[in-house]
Ligand binder design. Structure first.
Ligand code: NI
Length: 204
Protein backbone atom coordinates (compact mmCIF):
# COMPACT_ATOMS: atom_id res chain seq x y z
CA UNK A 1 0.00 0.00 0.00
CA UNK A 2 1.45 3.38 -0.93
CA UNK A 3 1.69 6.18 1.58
CA UNK A 4 -0.84 8.22 -0.40
CA UNK A 5 -3.31 5.33 -0.38
CA UNK A 6 -2.91 4.71 3.34
CA UNK A 7 -3.28 8.41 4.04
CA UNK A 8 -6.45 8.59 1.91
CA UNK A 9 -7.77 5.49 3.67
CA UNK A 10 -7.01 7.00 7.08
CA UNK A 11 -8.83 10.22 6.16
CA UNK A 12 -11.79 8.30 4.76
CA UNK A 13 -11.96 6.15 7.89
CA UNK A 14 -11.82 9.11 10.24
CA UNK A 15 -14.39 11.01 8.17
CA UNK A 16 -16.60 7.93 8.28
CA UNK A 17 -16.07 7.66 12.02
CA UNK A 18 -16.96 11.34 12.43
CA UNK A 19 -20.17 10.89 10.47
CA UNK A 20 -21.06 7.60 12.13
CA UNK A 21 -20.28 8.70 15.67
CA UNK A 22 -21.35 12.30 16.16
CA UNK A 23 -22.32 11.54 19.75
CA UNK A 24 -19.24 13.35 20.99
CA UNK A 25 -20.83 16.58 19.75
CA UNK A 26 -24.14 15.94 21.47
CA UNK A 27 -25.00 17.95 24.54
CA UNK A 28 -25.86 16.05 27.69
CA UNK A 29 -27.48 17.01 30.95
CA UNK A 30 -24.95 18.92 33.00
CA UNK A 31 -22.93 20.21 30.03
CA UNK A 32 -21.84 23.84 29.99
CA UNK A 33 -20.95 25.90 26.96
CA UNK A 34 -19.43 29.36 26.98
CA UNK A 35 -19.27 31.79 24.08
CA UNK A 36 -17.27 34.98 23.80
CA UNK A 37 -17.36 37.54 21.04
CA UNK A 38 -19.05 40.72 19.98
CA UNK A 39 -22.61 41.95 19.66
CA UNK A 40 -23.69 44.99 17.72
CA UNK A 41 -26.74 46.48 19.43
CA UNK A 42 -28.74 48.37 16.81
CA UNK A 43 -31.67 50.31 18.28
CA UNK A 44 -34.76 50.68 16.13
CA UNK A 45 -34.75 53.86 14.08
CA UNK A 46 -37.68 55.76 15.60
CA UNK A 47 -36.99 55.74 19.33
CA UNK A 48 -39.22 58.57 20.44
CA UNK A 49 -40.70 61.91 19.46
CA UNK A 50 -37.73 63.85 20.79
CA UNK A 51 -34.64 61.65 20.83
CA UNK A 52 -33.04 58.86 18.84
CA UNK A 53 -30.38 56.36 19.88
CA UNK A 54 -27.27 55.20 17.96
CA UNK A 55 -25.87 51.68 17.75
CA UNK A 56 -22.76 50.28 19.43
CA UNK A 57 -20.62 47.14 19.30
CA UNK A 58 -19.13 45.59 22.43
CA UNK A 59 -17.55 42.45 23.85
CA UNK A 60 -20.12 39.97 25.14
CA UNK A 61 -20.07 36.51 26.64
CA UNK A 62 -22.70 33.97 27.47
CA UNK A 63 -22.90 30.76 29.43
CA UNK A 64 -25.40 27.97 28.82
CA UNK A 65 -26.21 25.07 31.13
CA UNK A 66 -27.93 22.07 29.55
CA UNK A 67 -30.73 20.22 31.34
CA UNK A 68 -30.76 17.65 28.55
CA UNK A 69 -29.55 17.37 24.93
CA UNK A 70 -32.01 19.98 23.69
CA UNK A 71 -32.91 22.33 26.51
CA UNK A 72 -30.71 24.72 28.43
CA UNK A 73 -30.63 28.06 30.15
CA UNK A 74 -28.41 30.85 28.85
CA UNK A 75 -27.10 33.94 30.61
CA UNK A 76 -25.80 36.72 28.36
CA UNK A 77 -23.49 39.33 29.82
CA UNK A 78 -21.45 42.14 28.32
CA UNK A 79 -19.07 44.97 28.89
CA UNK A 80 -21.04 48.23 28.96
CA UNK A 81 -22.44 49.40 25.65
CA UNK A 82 -22.30 53.14 24.99
CA UNK A 83 -24.98 54.82 22.89
CA UNK A 84 -25.12 58.38 21.64
CA UNK A 85 -28.51 60.04 21.95
CA UNK A 86 -29.49 62.72 19.48
CA UNK A 87 -32.44 64.98 18.92
CA UNK A 88 -34.55 63.53 16.11
CA UNK A 89 -32.80 64.52 12.86
CA UNK A 90 -30.52 66.70 14.99
CA UNK A 91 -27.18 66.73 16.74
CA UNK A 92 -26.00 64.45 19.53
CA UNK A 93 -27.09 65.87 22.88
CA UNK A 94 -26.40 63.03 25.28
CA UNK A 95 -24.95 59.59 25.73
CA UNK A 96 -25.60 56.68 28.04
CA UNK A 97 -24.01 53.39 28.92
CA UNK A 98 -25.96 50.23 29.60
CA UNK A 99 -25.54 46.65 30.66
CA UNK A 100 -28.09 44.26 29.17
CA UNK A 101 -27.94 40.97 31.10
CA UNK A 102 -30.39 38.51 29.55
CA UNK A 103 -31.55 35.17 30.91
CA UNK A 104 -33.10 32.83 28.33
CA UNK A 105 -34.37 29.30 27.97
CA UNK A 106 -32.80 27.84 24.82
CA UNK A 107 -33.75 24.91 22.62
CA UNK A 108 -31.24 23.19 20.35
CA UNK A 109 -33.07 21.41 17.53
CA UNK A 110 -30.23 19.08 16.44
CA UNK A 111 -27.91 18.61 19.41
CA UNK A 112 -25.92 15.86 17.59
CA UNK A 113 -25.24 17.93 14.48
CA UNK A 114 -22.10 19.81 13.55
CA UNK A 115 -24.32 22.75 12.62
CA UNK A 116 -26.72 23.32 15.51
CA UNK A 117 -29.53 25.83 15.14
CA UNK A 118 -31.23 26.97 18.31
CA UNK A 119 -33.85 29.41 19.54
CA UNK A 120 -34.27 31.11 22.86
CA UNK A 121 -36.74 33.21 24.79
CA UNK A 122 -36.20 35.05 28.00
CA UNK A 123 -36.02 38.21 30.03
CA UNK A 124 -33.71 41.18 29.63
CA UNK A 125 -32.85 43.58 32.40
CA UNK A 126 -31.12 46.69 31.08
CA UNK A 127 -29.28 48.93 33.50
CA UNK A 128 -28.62 52.45 32.24
CA UNK A 129 -25.85 54.45 33.86
CA UNK A 130 -23.37 57.28 33.30
CA UNK A 131 -25.83 59.43 31.34
CA UNK A 132 -23.99 62.48 29.96
CA UNK A 133 -25.42 65.58 28.32
CA UNK A 134 -23.89 68.07 25.90
CA UNK A 135 -24.84 70.58 23.22
CA UNK A 136 -28.45 71.71 23.59
CA UNK A 137 -28.79 69.62 26.78
CA UNK A 138 -25.48 70.73 28.30
CA UNK A 139 -25.86 71.38 32.00
CA UNK A 140 -29.06 69.38 32.34
CA UNK A 141 -29.42 66.11 34.17
CA UNK A 142 -30.64 63.23 32.01
CA UNK A 143 -31.64 59.98 33.65
CA UNK A 144 -32.94 56.79 32.05
CA UNK A 145 -34.93 54.24 34.04
CA UNK A 146 -33.82 50.64 33.98
CA UNK A 147 -35.84 48.38 31.70
CA UNK A 148 -37.30 44.89 32.04
CA UNK A 149 -38.47 43.27 28.81
CA UNK A 150 -38.69 40.10 26.76
CA UNK A 151 -35.85 38.88 24.57
CA UNK A 152 -35.83 36.43 21.67
CA UNK A 153 -32.84 34.61 20.18
CA UNK A 154 -32.10 32.69 16.98
CA UNK A 155 -28.60 31.29 16.63
CA UNK A 156 -26.38 28.61 15.19
CA UNK A 157 -23.34 26.80 16.59
CA UNK A 158 -20.90 25.38 14.02
CA UNK A 159 -18.59 22.71 15.46
CA UNK A 160 -14.88 22.96 14.75
CA UNK A 161 -14.13 19.89 16.85
CA UNK A 162 -15.65 18.22 19.90
CA UNK A 163 -14.99 21.26 22.10
CA UNK A 164 -14.66 24.39 19.98
CA UNK A 165 -17.30 25.97 17.80
CA UNK A 166 -18.19 29.18 16.02
CA UNK A 167 -21.48 30.93 16.68
CA UNK A 168 -23.68 33.50 14.98
CA UNK A 169 -26.73 34.84 16.76
CA UNK A 170 -29.50 37.38 16.21
CA UNK A 171 -31.43 38.72 19.18
CA UNK A 172 -34.42 40.97 19.57
CA UNK A 173 -34.64 42.71 22.93
CA UNK A 174 -37.57 44.78 24.17
CA UNK A 175 -35.95 47.74 25.92
CA UNK A 176 -38.06 50.74 26.83
CA UNK A 177 -36.95 53.45 29.21
CA UNK A 178 -38.55 56.51 30.70
CA UNK A 179 -36.24 59.46 30.16
CA UNK A 180 -36.23 62.25 32.73
CA UNK A 181 -34.63 65.66 32.25
CA UNK A 182 -33.82 67.51 35.48
CA UNK A 183 -36.28 65.15 37.21
CA UNK A 184 -39.21 65.91 34.90
CA UNK A 185 -40.63 63.23 32.60
CA UNK A 186 -39.32 63.77 29.07
CA UNK A 187 -40.65 60.79 27.13
CA UNK A 188 -40.59 57.02 26.94
CA UNK A 189 -37.76 55.95 24.67
CA UNK A 190 -38.22 52.65 22.81
CA UNK A 191 -34.80 51.24 22.06
CA UNK A 192 -36.06 47.74 21.12
CA UNK A 193 -32.79 46.78 19.44
CA UNK A 194 -31.80 43.99 17.14
CA UNK A 195 -28.48 42.62 18.34
CA UNK A 196 -26.14 40.70 16.04
CA UNK A 197 -23.46 38.52 17.63
CA UNK A 198 -20.41 36.60 16.41
CA UNK A 199 -18.72 34.33 18.94
CA UNK A 200 -16.21 31.60 19.52
CA UNK A 201 -17.53 28.91 21.84
CA UNK A 202 -16.18 26.14 24.01
CA UNK A 203 -17.96 23.17 25.57
CA UNK A 204 -16.89 21.55 28.82
NI1 NI B 1 -40.50 48.07 23.40
Amino acid sequence: MTNARSLALAIACSAGAALAAPAALAHEAGDWIVRGGFHTVDPKSDNGDIVEVDSDTMFTFDVTYFFNANVGVELLAALPFKHDIGLVDGPTVASTKHLPPTLSAVYHFMPDAKVQPYVGAGVNYTIFFDEQTRGALDGTNLSLDNSVGLAGTVGVDIALDERWFLNAVVRYIDIDTDAKLDGADLETVSIDPWAFGLNVGYKF
